[in-house]
Design a protein around this ligand. Structure first.
Ligand SMILES: *Cc1c(COP(=O)(O)O)cnc(C)c1O
Length: 296
């Protein structure tokens, strides 16, 4: 039994299974359930009352963190760069859940991973549990190693979208995995840094797993509007009755089709992991309403 429903669709004439984390964990945005579970249970056990994290103004990670902290009675603090925008749907949502938002300058934000900066935050806020931007750390990767529970030996190829790569690292670490794993990056940059960043989370038992990160470069930069991508997403929903998110899973499905066109995966058992992120549509419509209107 898989942890989430599986839907079989046809892409480029070939059957592809989709693991529907977006259905199984709708409120907490799919993969973020796995990234947060051990972090927040650890925070609670260690007696923390507040959780602080970083992210973009439309971040799925922040959205999920706000929701999970509310459920668990933890105070949540969100550090963002730039200026406030009271109409931003993600910000409205997290504030409704009681998350505190603090804006810092872009220059300060660049220091977000530096220990000295973290120390100053600790002085300001007291004892806080800090989740890095995107939420990736050892405990997040540990949680993501549970995504394929029950189906680890049933596929030849498994694909997932990549932001920071924590989810990909977790999939690779799945006990008993028989598949090759392909991560499709939602960012066009980071070719030199992302693979080593993922590698450092791979546990000894998984060192033999074959995996790689592909960079989808034709559908625009991270979270940027691209007419081709938007049209692809619309067609995908109409054809398959599965809604990808606009930032991550849309590019994964698109790139899966590109890979299938090569014929190299004929007769392979393929699984795409739908990591959720559907809250991203509100921000997408909000930011790109004009561009979308011009398309239709
Ligand atoms: C956060 C997110 C990802 C990226 O996960 P990483 O562990 O940072 O690589 C992928 N898909 C969706 C929908 C997300 O929200």
């Amino acid at each position: 039994m898989s942890i989430a429903p599986i839907t079989t669709i046809t892409l480029q004439g070939q059957l592809v299974d989709v693991l529907r984390l977006e259905l199984a964990f709708p409120d907490i945005e799919g993969n973020k359930h796995f990234k947060l579970k051990y972090n927040l249970s650890h925070a609670l056990e260690a007696g923390y009352r507040s959780v602080m994290t970083f992210g973009g103004n439309f971040s799925n990670h922040v959205y999920a963190t706000a929701y999970a902290c509310k459920q668990l009675g933890l105070h949540a603090i969100f550090i963002l760069r730039g200026e406030d925008d009271s109409h931003n749907p993600t910000l409205k949502y997290v504030r409704n859940l009681g998350m505190e938002t603090r804006f810092i300058s872009r220059d300060m934000y660049k220091m977000r991973n530096m220990p000295e900066y973290i120390d100053t935050l600790a002085q300001q806020f007291g004892r806080i549990y800090i989740l890095p931007e995107g939420g990736t750390n050892d405990l997040a990767v540990k949680g993501c190693a549970e995504i394929l529970t029950g189906i680890a030996d049933q596929y030849d190829q498994i694909l997932c979208p990549v932001g920071t790569g924590g989810t990909l690292a977790g999939l690779i670490n799945t006990p008993g995995l028989t598949a090759q794993v392909t991560g499709v990056s939602a960012l066009t940059g980071g070719q030199d840094t992302l693979t080593p960043a993922v590698q450092k989370f791979i546990l000894p038992h998984a060192q033999h797993v074959q995996w790689k990160i592909m960079f989808e470069k034709t559908m625009g930069k991270y979270a940027q509007f691209h007419p081709g991508l938007h049209k692809y997403l619309q067609a995908f929903v109409a054809d398959h009755a599965i809604k990808p998110d606009p930032v991550y899973t849309g590019k994964m499905f698109y790139f899966t089709e590109e890979l299938l066109k090569t014929g190299n995966w004929n007769n392979q058992r393929i699984l795409c992991v739908h990591t959720g992120g559907l809250q991203g549509w509100a921000g997408w419509q909000y930011r790109y309403a004009n561009a979308i209107a011009r398309l239709n």
